[in-house]
Design a protein around this ligand. Structure first.
Ligand code: SAM
Length: 292
């Protein structure tokens, strides 16, 4: 495919009128993912990666100095999760999780795959809901963070992993077994423990004051494995909690179509900037290749 022909990124505001909402790839939808997904046709998506709220902000420790100044930091340092989008009452969190996962199941094509990022806070609930929905669990991948946040309390082990639940709908799922071997330390089968750093350095999007623009920006390397393993070039990848657009960006780089949904317009703007840069770089690469 000639990269010049690739669609430019579009943003569709789905916060008010959802009647006749177009279903298009290469689009970031601004709005609530449950409402937006309800407008999409069933069995239309090959792969879903979801990084939902974990409902852990309310457990965050308050970290303030003697003067009471808020010392939550991010960027080079570490961040205490305290985001309003991440705070639910227990029963609301369960209801919310059931609702979005039901929509994801409806949208997945037969043979489609679903990956969900989570921590010990929500893994139990998600596994029960997914099994109630009769999706099939293939792996609980452990993402071992090579640079975890330090443990401040010194009263428990340092939390240094997240999980990525890998589920499929139906029997004929895509899995690029051979291709995954390149990520294995000894060139053999890729195991379900992935050692990757948290997103930091140049990859981490920063605000003008140097702090991280988003508290939970996922590393591109994590998405690269997921998208390469479970989709083919040209497949459609959906991220219902798109944040800074990491899934869209990696999908674009890997020649997949994508859709992102995010309900915070600042994160949508960040994603557009990020995606435009990537599209510009890919266009240049393509021109260079064709001139050779
Ligand atoms: C854990 S973050 C995802 C981060 C993303 N993986 C990245 O790499 O930047 C979850 C995101 O979902 C958004 N969000 C929360 N509830 C939502 C909803 N109901 N619909 C759409 N987006 C939502 C939040 O604003 C947040 O950016």
């Amino acid at each position: 495919m000639c990269y010049q022909e690739v669609q430019p990124i579009a943003v569709i505001d789905a916060t008010s009128n959802l009647d006749n909402l177009p279903f298009q790839s290469c689009v970031l939808y601004l709005g609530d993912c449950i409402e937006v997904m309800k407008c999409f046709p069933g069995e239309s998506i090959d792969l879903v990666y979801a990084d939902p709220p974990y409902n852990l902000s309310k457990y965050g420790l308050k970290w303030s100095d003697k003067q009471g100044a808020d010392r939550r930091k991010s960027g080079g340092n570490y961040y205490m999760m305290k985001e309003t989008w991440d705070m639910f009452e227990e029963s609301d969190y369960r209801r919310f999780s059931v609702q979005w996962l039901k929509e994801v199941k409806r949208l997945l094509k037969p043979g489609g795959s679903l990956y969900v990022s989570c921590t010990f806070h929500n893994v139990g609930e998600l596994l029960v809901i997914l099994s109630d929905l009769e999706l099939r669990c293939l792996n609980v991948i452990v993402w071992e963070k090579t640079n975890p946040h330090p443990n401040l309390t010194r009263r428990m082990f340092t939390h240094s992993c997240e999980f990525v639940l890998f589920f499929v709908k139906g029997k004929n799922w895509t899995f690029h077994y051979e291709e995954m071997k390149k990520y294995s330390a000894n060139g053999g089968q890729l195991k379900d423990v992935w050692r990757l750093p948290l997103c930091q350095g140049a990859e981490r999007i920063k605000r003008t004051d140097g702090r991280a623009a988003h508290p939970t920006q996922k590393p591109e390397a994590l998405l690269e494995r997921i998208i390469s393993a479970s989709s083919k070039p040209g497949d459609l990848v959906l991220d219902p909690f798109s944040g800074t657009g990491t899934t869209a960006l990696v999908a674009e780089q890997l020649g997949r179509k994508w859709i992102g949904i995010e309900n915070d317009k600042n994160y949508i703007s960040l994603s557009v900037e990020r995606l435009k840069k990537v599209q510009g770089a890919l266009r240049k690469e393509d021109e260079h290749e064709r001139r050779k």
